[in-house]
Write a protein that binds this ligand. Sequence first.
Ligand code: ADP
Ligand code: MG
Length: 610
Amino acid sequence: MPDIKQLSEEVANQISAGEVVERPASVVKELVENSIDADSDRILVEIENGGKDLIRVKDNGIGIEKENIEKAFSRYATSKIENISDLYSLNTLGFRGEALASISSVSKLTALSKAKEKLKGVKIVYHGGKQIKKETAACPEGTDIKVEDLFYNTPARYKYLKTKTTEFGHISKIITQESLSYPEIKFNLKHNNKNVLSTPGSGELKDTIYAIYGDEIFSKLNYLEFEDKYIKIEGYISDPSLTRSSRIHEMFFVNKRAVYSRTLSKAVESAYKGLISKNKYPIVFLFVKLNPILVDVNVHPAKKQIKFSRNKIIKSVVKEGIKEKLNELNPAVQYKVNNNKSYEDKVKDNEIKNDKNIKLDFSKDNITNKDLNTKNYKDSSNKNSNKYDTTNQNNRNNFNKNNNSSKDYKVVRNNNSNNLTIKNIFGQVFLSYILVETEKNLYIIDQHNAHERILYDNFYNKYKNGKNVSQKLLTPINLELTPSEIEIINNNQDQIKKLGFEYESFGGNSVLIQSVPEIISKKSVKNELREIIDKLINEDNIDNSADMISEMIEFMACRSAIKADEKLNNNEIKKIVVDLFDSSNPFRCPHGRPILIKMSREDIDRGVGR
Ligand code: ADP
Ligand code: MG
């Protein structure tokens, strides 16, 4: 039997350093966060060769007293918490008391510190965890820590470091995040003696963003702020026209702590879906404030990951908040929560005239006022605009109350600039667009996006009102599935059924599909089913959330909608325009893509120099 020995503190520190200190950027993060916790308002960071040779963090905070300094460098020694319950009311970044011990065990570290109102400071030196020196020293108030030759005594770790440029990239991201999170602190970052980043410390987030990202990017960012029962969100999000090819500028802060969060990334990306192309990512600085009880920061020693206890709610609040902001960016529209009346109900209540009753003569070049019975549309849109409140404040409140029924927005026909009263429909151009004249504008309508919106609205309204959305197949379809697909289907029977699918198990891994959602195009039921199952499988949380259901409906609407380069007959053209103008949002498809291009009389006059 080999002997069982207690590890020396030195070795134990080196082992735990493996978790806390992954690379130079981790050292920077730990030291800077200590400086922040020490109430500093100036933090200077100097790096040499990507942090491999030198990392120096100097602050003007409260400092460490000479009698405490050795404690600061021993493991599990912290001034920040006493009990585990303190974690739930944490207001410091550090709490584990292991950073200084870990860092000093894998580098050559020199600390100089002077506590406030002390005459003398202290200097302490560690090499590979061994204390080399401790003496009284003259120095300014605050703490100045130099970390040289990181991983010099752990060659295996040193080998894993990437190039200086890559390592410095990680460092600069850390400093960017910390300075965004603490705009009241003046940060300076130097690399090989060159000033790389400095922030004004004015206390304003926007000044900090401006200082780091510059005018061009700043001008494409939009401030947003919203809150819900559980959380408050504030920050900046980029116009869909400004994207990056990695997630590096998607930054999330939860209770001021910079974090990685798949939940938040997914929420943001699904809000932008359809507005930016695949594999592109927005620039987002999102500050989430929530009761600390709802978030666990102690998932990982480096404290980069967090766990939310209300994952789904947080995801949907963030997604809808961003979506709403993105929709507002379309200057032509404002949104308002719907009165929940479906299209059919409005027809029944005579609020709008069913377009099926309108007869058109398509032998003429175009469709005229009279043909379209314009008056009816005018009346209905006026009625609508009386009913809907246009103030933003109210939108905000309504949104907060109804955040889980995000699809129920209604367009407010504001300022008459968007008065969608049809005057003329000129038909199809390029087999893809429909031209329409209204009182003030010429609209070019994308037929696919428009049809997607119409299909989505119809189906969603029916679904929401519990109406039958299912259509029987003439010949049932037999689908072979894998065991995990069968499991997904079985676990989600209720939702799948509610969406309009009817099927029975056909023994083994086969199911026999008898009915499908009426929105599915009959041409390729089988393919679509497979895609829907794939989509279900790829969803992280399959649940009954409004989110998932509406994504499914979006998906089916997109698949079934008329495509570009498809010839439409005149009745189809008319139906699309009429249904679109009556839809919940004629300006954007359910994915968020624009449906209309608007040209006013003035635009055209200006264009020809009139
Ligand atoms: P933690 O931050 O989790 O408490 P650390 O090992 O990072 O653990 O630091 C240990 C202790 O050293 C801190 O609790 C704090 O009291 C002190 N300390 C570290 N850095 C500084 C600093 N820059 N200024 C003042 N005190 C510091
Ligand atoms: Mg710390």
